[in-house]
Ligand binder design. Structure first.
Ligand code: M6R
Length: 602
């Protein structure tokens, strides 16, 4: 997804921009560009593909002395990934970068074109720079021209603009897409998330929707619809070490191995001797709540789906789960006795954020479960529980899923405690199982070697079914999503009992079935479903603590004392399977094609 970096100051600007953009690479992009003004000279470079291409293009350029600069990684929305469509977009004497979507761009573009303005790209963004220059040509006042420009924009944007008409200033505006400002003495940084400026800025201000202004002379002038406003900076985190690969081949691999450790962080201070406690939650949050609705996308949706079984079984509270992009347009009937939960690793997913805004508008109390503090979803929610997974760089989510699921499991118990719907025996059993979870997540080297070996048998065929029942059905969906994201092979998750209602028609030796066969939950039921597939010659990889003779391949799991322990252990097996198949196919594990880490457009 698109990323923005900006800098105004005396330091080498090209390196600051390129290094900053590098930190945003994990979000996914298809082209990149930078624009710099110093000594009244405007320089601009763009390249399609990896950032290295932009580095190569700029290798003979250095920017010394005071100046302003903006950079961007683009993930194509309007127009193909070409150099012309890459940001920064250029007018006659100004440049702009933008994240989000200008919904009324076509209307603005038509107007400008009718007045003779020539457009070079197919993007919505280019309208911003032409509109700015049109306004400036009329009033000869860059600040007023910028204000007039953003007042015309509809949709989501985080944007930076530089112009030779005011060459010491960066103009900025934010509405619906994330943007922050970093400070270090008189140096000022802009970025769409904090990773590009960690280690450079010492303090930060996270812009709110509707805020705009400019950076000049080492100062920020901030405004919103009510006029000039003050703001408070906060200290910026300094620890980037967690975001490095630590000797693993891929971030995804490192993140799979990290799960056991980060799970301790997730539980710390929350899993107590005899109860679950979330000190960040006010007990009033659950007052008069008789129903839970959860909205999320992708992997986060899968953790939500798993939790719906837990909320109903343990907390005895009805729970519905919806894909955020569907929820937004179905004209949902919402009741104010419903707690609206959103789940998001990034906290910036546009569909989830909009679903949250809709629920809030309807008067629902909201809770977000998120990995990124101060993200848009966290700030928008009445309450938030952070998953504490640390920065996740692999586009294919792993530790974020594990920690989301743990938070939701703990939350199900927390709600059960509040509603007195759990007896002490069950509570003890759940808490004991939780304490063992980090062990179930440890990656056994022998298992990893086995998955590497097995993966060579699963590189072809006409598709994969991941099957399971109950909470293992969402895990099957997640196993299939992981595989298709990084292997580009077709994979589907199915409830195993549903196979006979249609999908079993596909069964033959070239159909690979990954069967999640936990011992502690409906073992006999799933066993007969898998036997039905074996009888039709499907190739079966069974994952279970109990041996299963009919399987073509078998992975034995160890932790069978509680369904959630089996869930987490099997989750690791499916993650390793996807990883090793992707490696054998020679794919880019951390940045799979067509995908973005943070999906900030609808
Ligand atoms: O940041 P979010 O959790 O809101 O993101 C939702 C999905 O885009 C995300 O989970 C996506 O499906 C991942 N690539 C899964 O690996």
């Amino acid at each position: 997804m698109c990323g923005i970096v900006g800098y105004v100051g005396k330091n080498e600007k090209k390196e600051i921009l390129l290094d900053g953009l590098q930190e945003l690479e994990y979000r996914g992009y298809d082209s990149a560009g930078i624009a710099i003004i110093e000594d009244k000279q405007l320089k601009n470079f763009k390249a399609v593909g990896k950032l290295q291409n932009l580095r190569d293009k700029t290798k003979d350029y250095a920017s010394e002395g005071f100046g302003v600069s903006i950079g961007h990684t683009r993930w194509a929305t309007h127009g193909k990934p070409t150099e012309l469509n890459a940001h920064p977009h250029m007018g006659a004497y100004s440049f702009v970068v933008h994240n989000g979507i200008i919904e009324n761009y076509q209307e603005l573009k038509d107007e400008l074109q009718a007045q003779g303005v020539k457009f070079l790209s197919q993007t919505d963004t280019e309208t911003i720079v032409h509109l700015f220059e049109k306004n400036h040509n009329i009033n000869n006042n860059p600040w007023k021209a910028f204000q007039d420009t953003i007042s015309k924009l509809e949709g989501a944007y985080a944007t930076l603009l530089i112009t030779e008409a005011d060459e010491e200033t960066i103009f900025f505006a934010k509405n619906g897409s994330p943007m922050l400002i970093g400070f270090n003495g008189s140096d000022i940084y802009f970025a769409s998330s904090d990773t590009p400026i960690i280690g450079k800025a010492t303090e930060v201000y996270y812009l709110e929707d509707g805020e705009f202004g400019y950076a000049k002379n080492g100062e920020i002038k901030l405004f919103d619809a009510n006029g000039a406003k003050s703001f408070s900076k906060q200290p910026l985190a300094t620890d980037k070490a967690m975001a490095q690969k630590d000797g693993y081949r891929f971030f995804m691999e490192k993140e799979i191995y990290e799960q056991a450790q980060v799970m301790n962080d997730t539980m710390m201070g929350r899993l107590l001797d005899d109860k679950i406690d979330f000190e960040e939650l006010d007990e009033n949050l659950f007052e008069n709540i008789t129903n839970i609705k959860i909205c999320a996308c992708g992997t986060s949706y899968h953790s939500a789906l798993a939790s719906s079984y837990l909320f109903e079984r343990i907390s005895k509270i009805p729970c519905q789960v919806e894909i955020a992009s569907e929820f937004r347009y179905k004209e949902p009937l919402l009741r104010d006795d419903t707690l609206f939960i959103t789940i998001s690793q990034s906290g910036e997913t546009a569909d989830t954020l909009e679903a949250l805004k809709m629920a809030k508008k309807a008067g629902l109390k909201s809770l977000s479960i998120c990995n990124v503090d101060n993200s848009s979803i966290v700030r928008e929610s009445d309450a938030a529980v952070l998953t504490r997974a640390g920065i996740e760089k692999g586009v294919a989510s792993t530790k974020a899923f594990a920690t989301q699921t743990m938070v939701l499991w703990m939350l199900a118990i927390y709600v059960a405690q509040a509603k007195n719907s759990i007896d002490s025996e069950l509570l003890k059993k759940e808490l004991d199982a939780m304490r063992h979870t980090p062990k179930a997540l440890v990656v056994d080297e022998k298992l990893h070697t086995k998955m590497t070996r097995l993966s060579k048998r699963y590189l072809h065929g006409h598709g994969f079914f991941f099957i399971g029942r109950d909470i293992f059905f969402p895990l099957a969906l997640e196993g299939a999503l992981k595989l298709k994201e990084i292997s580009y092979l077709h994979a589907e998750g199915y409830p195993s009992g549903e196979m006979k209602h249609g999908p079993i028609a596909l069964a033959d030796a070239e159909l690979f079935t990954v069967a999640l066969m936990p011992k502690s939950l409906h073992y006999d039921k799933i066993k007969s479903n898998v036997e039905e597939l074996c009888a039709r010659d499907a190739t079966v990889l069974a994952i279970s603590p109990d041996s299963f003779d009919l399987a073509d391949d078998f992975v034995k799991t160890k932790y069978d004392a509680h369904p959630m322990l089996e869930f987490f252990e099997m989750m690791v097996v499916t993650q390793l399977l996807a990883l090793e198949i992707s490696v054998r196919l020679g794919n880019d594990v951390d940045m799979p094609r067509n995908l973005a880490k943070s999906v900030t457009v609808e």
